[in-house]
Design a protein around this ligand. Sequence first.
Ligand code: HEM
Length: 406
Amino acid sequence: MLAPVAWAAGLLIFVGVVACRWKFQQSKPTVNLEVWLQQQRAIIDFSFAGHSSSTKEGKLLYRAQANHRLVSAFGIDNSLTTYSTDVHEKFVKLSSKLINNSSRRWPELYLVAEGFLERNVENAAAERGQIRLADCVRCLCLIVVLVDAYNINLEGISPDVFLTITREINRQWLESKCDTDAPKSDLLASSLRGLHLKKKLGAGVDISEDTPEEALGFIMPQYETLWRVVLLTFVTAYHRQARTEDVRRGESVPGCLGNPVKEKEALKLAKEGLRLFPSNKRIYRAACGDEKQLISADVEASHRNSRVWGPNALKFRPERFDNLSKLQGKAYFPFSLSPNRCPAIAGFGNRMVTMLVVALGTTLSPKTGKILFNDELLDGNPEEPLPTGRDDMESWALLLRDASGS
Ligand code: HEM
């Protein structure tokens, strides 16, 4: 147990370092775990910046500057990129209204996901017998988000449109990491325009079509936070570390979703997936209000630390959420922390991840195919931890059983 004096001293040193312009090299939780954890939380909740982040505007500045590259690359103007409290509030309100909508029919969304995946299996069977997993999961997440938020009618839209959009988003994202002023993609804009996206705001609300920038501002916080955690959790729970009890947890999906008692077991799949594979591996802030000097909270390190999560920290064990310790509760923040927590924390995030993971696990189960990583280490050693970087999964494929001859 840490003495309060040592804790306070650690935090004072930490704030002092920030105040004198950090060239912040993220420390690792080697010395004092609780101080380190407090530092990560202070970055996320903006308190690291002291008085200058005490107002709403102050907080937005530290975050908007850190996300500047998304404005250049995608033209996004939302809560995560704005300096304006007005834009921030309106966007959070709109997001909450759309995602925390109690009339959502999860079984219908599940059918959309299942239908898309079954078509992938049929097409793969007719061709090379392989499904490219990164492309497949990216398109799956995009389609479900678009059906949910915009009610798009999939009939008559070529699957190539979704492939183009997801590949362009990925390419732009990677490019914006090297060039923070990367220009926007015309191909992405025209593909989105072709979908004629109108938000689903209920009967009687007159709305115009979203511009590509408006659509991206709304799609990105959902689609981008979903696809990697969904892919990695599916591969882990249904193939790499498959256990009967975890497959069983998903059997009540989609019917259980939205019912707090019935969905409890299934949602642990998402909770554990978001622990091992947090959508935001790091949460960035601009140090000293300078977009060129970023500091970040290491969410992934906190979620995987063996002193917090025990010797099986890297194992997929949803049952650990039956009873989290106080320290574990403090070290787990996949949806960020108050006062700017993600609105999807209210249930939508965990439900969506669970639904997509279960749809994948059921349709692309080990009975349907075997995962080929096309990587010596991963294919050779089932214990090798999965890499989690944006471009680490491009070679992963599901080889259909019939095609592999096994
Ligand atoms: C599994 C799903 C999701 C995860 C893990 C997630 C995670 C996060 C995280 C970590 C942040 C804080 C980022 C920062 O402070 O730099 C955030 C903020 C936000 N997210 Fe999400 N998100 C998810 C889904 C969604 C969805 C579906 C929406 C709907 C549009 C959404 C809208 C937002 C908004 C508006 C904020 C800003 C909140 C504020 O500033 O008060 N997120 N999300």
